[in-house]
Design a protein around this ligand. Structure first.
Ligand code: CA
Length: 270
């Protein structure tokens, strides 16, 4: 497994309110917990967005790796609990400091353990699987446009340009109870598969077809650079964060995605 991560302020925003976490697991946790990757996109004035997204990555990482897991145990409950803990911490911090009241953040996390991946997600950052140069969105967008997609009234491609895409329906740090999407069954990975986690600053300016071309690069470090460069070249209207994870040896990319590995199921959310 290889990974590459980049974050960039973009060209229009004065600060970068995105945070991310990308690292190999501590050696003693690799077998039980696998490797955790996170993207969070914060919101809130007076630098509160940065605080919220940073708390999300810090708390999710700490809580997840502190959870008791035995080899082979389903890590999804621990991952969900880690996002719920982050929700509580951000809410608490917002109540403690009036300047930070109302801050919140998206959070998209994936655990890669052996040939499998587990996702946990709230908000409108995204996780994709790129297999054989075909891109598939794993997460649902928790914004008003995403709700229209779920109802079949809008295509995924139309959703990124829709005005409702700016209004989040779920985020960490906003309410005491937050619904976290967790996939019911883990996603089975094939050698050469590429996972992409990203904030909306990437997908508002790059279409799936653009992403597929860039992700076709043999070198994921170069691909990560090119994602940031292309988003900025198209105006860089928002902060841009990308985390790329390549599975196994770079091969020709296994079989195309199947319907059996559908998007995260609402019914699987609590
Ligand atoms: Ca954003």
């Amino acid at each position: 497994m290889q990974f590459a991560a980049r974050t960039d302020r973009g060209r229009k925003r004065p600060t970068n309110q995105d945070s991310h976490y990308a690292a190999y697991a501590p050696p003693e946790k690799a077998e039980t917990h696998g490797h955790l990757f996170i993207v969070a996109d914060g919101m809130g004035g007076h630098a509160a967005g940065e605080v919220a997204s940073r708390l999300a990555t810090d708390v999710v990482r700490a809580e997840y790796y502190h959870a008791e897991l035995s080899p082979g145990e389903d890590p999804a409950p621990a991952l969900r609990a880690a996002l719920e803990a982050a929700n509580g911490r951000i809410l608490q911090e917002g109540e403690r400091d009036p300047r930070r009241r109302g801050m919140g953040t998206t959070c998209t996390a994936v655990v890669v353990r052996g040939p499998r991946a587990w996702f946990a997600h709230a908000g409108d950052s995204r996780a994709y699987l790129c297999r054989g140069r075909m891109l598939r969105q794993i997460t649902n967008d928790h914004n008003l446009a995403g709700a229209l997609v779920a109802e079949g009234k809008l295509t995924l491609q139309e959703a990124t340009q829709h005005e409702g895409s700016h209004i989040l329906t779920r985020a960490l740090g906003v309410r005491e109870a937050v619904e976290i999407d967790v996939n019911r069954t883990s996603l089975e990975l094939a050698p050469g598969d590429l996972l992409l986690l990203c904030s909306d600053g990437l997908i508002r300016v790059l279409a799936d077809a653009d992403l597929e071309v860039i992700l076709g690069a043999a070198d994921i470090e170069a691909a990560a650079d090119e994602l940031i460069r292309s988003a900025n070249e198209r105006g860089g209207p928002d902060n841009i964060t990308v985390v790329l994870v390549r599975i196994g040896s770079a091969g020709n990319g296994g079989t195309p995605p199947t319907a059996a590995n559908g998007p995260l199921d609402e019914a699987a959310a609590r």
